[in-house]
Ligand binder design. Sequence first.
Ligand code: 9YT
Length: 134
Amino acid sequence: MIVRHLKDAEKTERRIVSPDGNWESTRLLLKDDDMGFSFHITTIYAGADFRMHYQNHFEAVYCISGEGEVETVVDGKVYQIEPGTLYNLNKHDQHILRAFKEMKMACVFNPPLNGKEVHNASGAYELEAEAISE
Ligand code: 9YT
């Protein structure tokens, strides 16, 4: 069994701070754990407004706290996000995420992330990103 605590993981390389200043994410489960998915606790900073496009992954995102919205670029639909909302990028949807208040999210990625992914120029994560060492 694998048991980890967020407070411990935040003190390690599992905590990734995005260079774009929009978010940070502590990646509690990764590819090396062989679960078939990765699991992250992500903080979207208040005022963040940015576009993502996970061409290589599916992602489910559950809002634990905070307030914001997500827009699907293809049709301009806007979905409110509040504690309890789960949005799922089941079609590799290009989307824009906006945080009106800081949001804490639980995120699952399939396939799992290796560890050090940050968004590339098109808002995707590469499949061959560097793994973390612990
Ligand atoms: C909600 C979202 O996609 N935020 C970007 C970070 C991502 N969830 C991650 O890498 O943990």
